[in-house]
Design a protein around this ligand. Structure first.
Ligand code: FDA
Length: 317
């Protein structure tokens, strides 16, 4: 997508005023549904069952981010605890001992209190710890999402601390950040689960590769992860990156259960099923909840076709 348009959409993704306006548009719901599994836990569970039945794995995200309010962070924890108790019966199925877990949840530390004044890191750590404890009991994996670059140091230090108690905790690294190749090397030890994505925020050239350099960095990071001793999670819809992931995994002598591919709900569904048909492990990132605005705007910024879908819905009302 042309850079000024992408930058504008990503700036709009953080506007509370536009969020309020978008939520009031009746047409928005229809388009949002393409990327979001519904507003309720029940809807997320129904979609999860369908995805698991198709042979894919899932990671569920309770939508929300950037809270500065500790009671809102507590409400997010409650939503995850309720979700995890409902997921326990789904999580056990098809799980080989020690193998990949088919059911995972994804967390954003900014939804768990990371931005609460004074004590945000401690609050986010304690909240994430509660969710990880419940996930462990339910047989569900947890991965911590990556947000904008100002949060990376805090997020990785909270993840390191949580890994003391939950060694299988995953984390997301963004290939567009110039620091990420070194983070990949640092975090590719035994048992470490790293989800590598390109990165979805508007980041300055002082910290992030721009344009084609992002793809080149993605492949370099993938090589580090595939040659490491952790469990790489190749999160991309880009055919060239998927191809690079499969090639580098084969070159590193990895079996098909020693890494996985990941795509977002509603994107390249046919391709997801084709890859599963080739016996590839593929996990779908499934967001649900009422706070879909920021997530949805980042999807619009990624691809002109996503924006066109939205504009078509606008004009067909
Ligand atoms: P990119 O958007 O560069 O597209 C490259 C090519 O892929 C396109 O030219 C096209 O061929 C194909 N393609 C892409 N979208 C398509 C579509 N809708 N339909 C058909 N083809 C399409 N980001 C972040 O900052 N923090 C995070 O925690 C996460 N988490 C995360 C989890 C998972 C599972 C995924 C898949 C992604 C994320 N992301 C993320 C988002 C990520 O950073 C990135 O913004 C998007 O995945 C888009 O980048 P791609 O690698 O898909 O390629």
């Amino acid at each position: 997508m042309p850079s000024p348009l992408r930058t504008g959409l990503l700036a709009a993704a953080r506007s509370k005023r536009l969020e309020r306006m978008a939520s009031r548009l009746p047409l928005t719901r229809k388009v949002v549904d393409r990327f979001v599994a519904g507003e309720t836990e029940q809807q997320a569970l129904a979609t999860s069952r369908d995805i698991l039945d198709s042979g894919r794995f899932i990671t569920i995200d309770h939508l929300g981010e950037d809270t500065t309010n500790s009671s809102q962070a507590t409400a997010t924890v409650s939503a995850y605890l309720s979700l995890l108790s409902a997921l326990a019966p789904l999580a056990g199925r098809d799980t080989a001992a020690g193998g990949p877990r088919p059911v995972e949840v994804s967390l954003k530390l900014s939804a768990l209190g990371q931005f609460v004044a004074a004590d945000g890191d401690r609050i986010a750590l304690e909240n994430a710890h509660k969710i990880c404890t419940a996930a462990e009991e339910a047989g569900v994996w947890v991965t911590v999402d990556a947000e904008d670059h100002t949060t990376t140091d805090s997020t990785l230090s909270i993840v390191r601390e949580l890994r003391g108690d939950f060694p299988q905790l995953g984390t997301v690294l963004q290939a567009y950040l110039t620091r990420t190749e070194a983070d990949c090397a640092d975090l590719s030890g035994p048992g470490s689960r790293i989800r590598l994505c390109k990165g979805a925020y508007a980041e300055p050239a002082s910290v992030a590769h721009q344009g084609d350099a992002v793809d080149e960095a993605y492949v370099r990071c993938l090589r580090v992860l595939m040659n490491g001793r952790g469990y790489p999670m190749v999160a991309t819809h880009d055919p060239a990156m998927v191809e690079a992931g499969l090639r580098l995994a084969a070159e590193a002598g990895r079996g098909t259960d020693e890494y996985e591919l990941q795509m977002l709900y509603g994107i390249r569904d046919t391709e997801q099923l084709r890859l599963v048909g080739q016996q590839r492990q593929l996990r779908v990132y499934l967001p649900y909840g009422t706070e879909w605005y920021g997530y949805f705007m980042r999807r619009l910024a990624e691809k002109p076709a996503n924006l066109a879908l939205f504009l078509r819905a606008l004009t067909s009302q």
